[in-house]
Design a protein around this ligand. Sequence first.
Ligand SMILES: [Zn+2]
Ligand SMILES: [Zn+2]
Length: 434
Amino acid sequence: MRKNLLIKLSFFSFALLLFPLNGLTVDKATALLIEEEIQKHKDEIVKIRRFLHMNPELSNREYETAKVVASKLVSLGLEVKTGVAKTGVVALLRGSQQGFTVGIRGDMDALPIQELTDVPFKSLNPGVMHACGHDIHTSIALGTAIVLTALKDKIKGNIKFIFQPAEEGAPPGEEGGASLMIKEGVLEEPSVGAIFGLHVWPENLGEVLFSPGPIMASSDWFQIVIKGKSSHGARPHEGVDSIALASNIVVSLQSVISRSIDPTDPAVLTIGKIEGGTRSNIIAEKVLLEGTVRTLSEGNREKIPQLIENIVKGITHSFGADFTFSYRKGPPPVYNHPELAKIMLPTLLNVLENENVKELNPQMVAEDFSYYCQKIPGFFFFLGAKNPAQETMAPLHSPYFNPDERSISLGIKIMCNLLLDCLERQSHLEDYPP
Ligand SMILES: [Zn+2]
Ligand SMILES: [Zn+2]
């Protein structure tokens, strides 16, 4: 861990050495304009955020959210496309000077959670809540569009605003999210050269947490069905006990991570669901297990399904049982392109106090922003949203999740600076394919 930290710290200072702030970040006048525009519009943006919070919508059902977003973007005079990947909205801001195109992505969907906070702008939609902060993300992307439209003549190139549905996953049987946005051409016409995203995080307001390379894990789903043979609970020798086998499998699967995976390349295997049996005195015929696999590298991701299947096969066949095994890949790891990170880090250090830009170890949670990072250089960071006056903050996906709204203005400021600086430094980027 310590070695890791040192590598990252030296990366930070190396980046500064290579790219001293002077001349590489927006000039003072532009920085001031950004600040002024944020102050001018901040109440309006908070109002939009509260409306979104009160009217949360589930994945692929973001109809009203998309309307709010699209009407604001149209009022700014941007080129707006709706109905992308079902409810997605994409807007293009053309700068006054020619250049390449950078993208910013905000996700729009909420979760099936009953809100338990006592904020005055609590969800009006029973059982649905913005418990992952996507209302904040949408507001930040929208605020960035408002501010940068006012700064159009400072923009060397284009900015594509990508409002994405279904980050939390499309409903069963539906496509959705980042992968569908890409399929429907969001990174084309004009083609996007680099993309930026963020997630609110339960750390102090004012802090940004960041890591070059992998920052979040892949997330895959699997299901195992063990097929034994039912018999009387007192005559186990006449049956094949699928519950005894399932217990054995749950324990043995942990050895995939502890014995077969390089300990310096983290992976997680969790069984989150187990179902089987009918009553206490019957040997269970069938048991169903479901779980998730998280990895930071493609190597581990490729290897683990076969390791799981080997164990399940060995144990079930040894006792005369049968099994089925299904494995479904979800989003890949979120990967911060090292060269893009290197040229954008001075911007973070310029906008924030240096000590507020913190490195962090990659997190084993997932984000479908990773699909964009597979196609083009991506830059993703965590934005602190805990009120520093409070000791703790309810985690993401909690019914008590309540991010500090001041994170919106800071998020807009960071995004405006990153996008403008990225367009300035595009010549560096052209040398680095994704
Ligand atoms: Zn979430
Ligand atoms: Zn989220």
